[in-house]
Design a protein around this ligand. Structure first.
Ligand SMILES: NC(=O)c1ccc[n+]([C@@H]2O[C@H](COP(=O)([O-])OP(=O)(O)OC[C@H]3O[C@@H](n4cnc5c(N)ncnc54)[C@H](O)[C@@H]3O)[C@@H](O)[C@H]2O)c1
Ligand SMILES: [Zn+2]
Ligand SMILES: [Zn+2]
Length: 382
């Protein structure tokens, strides 16, 4: 089969690989029809993620058709059109039993924090991902869901990560009626978080980024107010000014460890490796939320130390909530919202990239070229 292969930072290409085989009775092999490149893939692409091995196939957002199933698989059959959550999870361990699918212990027992994620380094279990023609899906009775007939492929692939994660970000904000919600990051996750904030009762939604084309999307798609942080010398002060001096009720970090906006943070993290990332957006979130407010973090951070303003969060009495998204937990409500027309996930899709050209897709998405927001990867046989 053809598959995306990691060759080192900023180097990905398409190579011939064996079609994966059933390794366990509850495995399925899925023929991929759509994959996506996620902001999280950029952390791998930039060489930020520990234990990202040369030869690995990335891709944790994908859908496809079931090609083959192991002998114990009962819930899906060859020919089924399935969407696969980005989390690999067993469904029965202590954590899965509590709905913490992204913290499953059985699929990544060497890790004390994260569970399993397709195509996301050996830190996250070492599973090959779906930016390929075929992918092995462990626990096939647990993760995959049938794609409803009325749902098209581009909407479905966004249900495997970006949309549920944005929705989860808003959920973690514990938004109550009329709340002022500020969202850091106008990438796909931030756009979906902003859209979801309204559904959860927000009274005002403000999205912050420095890319005007993405802020325009936040206005059109998520009906949000927007701020380009490069236009304000003191963003925190400006946000206080917009919120009667108090700050927002809820701040959502949909940026993560590779934030722009502070040269010192960039140098100490990306260049000098003195910290595990540049937590600019997280610190802005802590600074711009009111005392007693909630900070929701869905932007991804590595395991290492970063200079987060924890003391300020403590002294302001903030609630900090965060996790990788337990995708399958979000599906019942999200599918209803999509069916009823509240959210059209594929509205954020800007590019369809043939699998053979995925290297160009990574470059475009990473460098934010051609007004790229969300690239969808299409294998040639899809
Ligand atoms: N928790 C989860 O389950 C989960 C799932 C998917 C993605 N993620 C993470 O969410 C984050 C966003 O993902 P995405 O696909 O939308 O990525 P993306 O790279 O497309 O979007 C990130 C956006 O943040 C903006 N940005 C950079 N610095 C900023 C700052 N200081 N303030 C405000 N905005 C800033 C960028 O310009 C960009 O538009 C990433 O860190 C990704 O790893 C987490
Ligand atoms: Zn992702
Ligand atoms: Zn589990």
């Amino acid at each position: 089969m053809r598959a995306m292969v990691y060759r080192g930072p900023y180097r990905v290409r398409v190579e011939e690989k064996d079609i994966p085989a059933i390794e366990h009775p509850n495995d399925a092999i899925v023929r991929v029809t759509r994959a996506a490149i996620c902001g999280s893939d950029l952390h791998l692409y930039h060489g930020m993620m520990p234990d990202t091995r040369v030869g690995m196939t990335f891709g944790h957002e994908f859908i496809g058709e079931v090609h083959e199933v192991g002998p114990s698989v009962e819930h899906v059959s060859p020919g089924d059109r399935v969407m696969v959550p980005f989390n690999v999870f067993c469904g029965t361990c202590y954590f899965c039993a509590r709905g913490l699918y992204s913290n499953c212990h059985n699929v990544n027992p060497n890790a004390t924090a994260v569970g399993g994620i397709y195509g996301y380094s050996h830190t996250c279990g070492g599973y090959d991902g779906g930016q390929a023609e075929y992918v092995r899906v462990p626990f096939a009775d647990v993760g995959p869901g049938l794609i409803p007939d009325w749902m098209d492929d581009d909407d479905a692939v966004l249900c495997t990560d970006a949309l549920p994660t944005g929705y989860f970000g808003a959920q973690l904000g514990d938004i109550t009626e009329g709340d002022v919600v500020v969202v850091y990051g106008a990438g796909p996750v931030g756009l979906f978080a902003a859209k979801s904030a309204w559904i959860m009762g927000a009274g005002r939604v403000i999205v912050i980024d420095h890319l005007d084309y993405r802020l325009l999307k936040a206005q059109e798609f998520a009906h949000a107010e927007t701020i380009n942080f490069t236009e304000h010398g003191d963003l925190v002060r400006h946000l206080k000014y917009l919120t009667e001096g108090l700050g927002a009720d809820v701040a959502i970090d949909a940026v993560g460890a590779e934030a722009d906006g502070n040269l010192l943070q960039h140098v100490t993290s990306a260049k000098l490796k003195l910290q595990g990332g540049s937590p600019v957006a997280l610190n802005w979130a802590i600074d711009t939320v009111r005392k007693g407010g909630t900070v929701s973090v869905v932007g991804a951070y590595g395991p290492l130390f970063s200079a987060v303003k924890f003391g300020d969060a403590m002294n302001k009495g903030l609630t900090l909530r965060m996790n990788q998204c337990p995708v399958k937990r979000q599906w019942p409500r999200l599918l209803e919202h999509i069916r009823n027309g509240y959210i059209k996930p594929s509205d954020v899709v800007t590019h369809h990239v043939p699998l053979e050209h995925i290297g160009e897709g990574y470059h475009m998405f990473s460098a934010k070229l051609d007004n790229c927001i969300k690239p969808i990867v299409v294998p040639s046989a899809a």
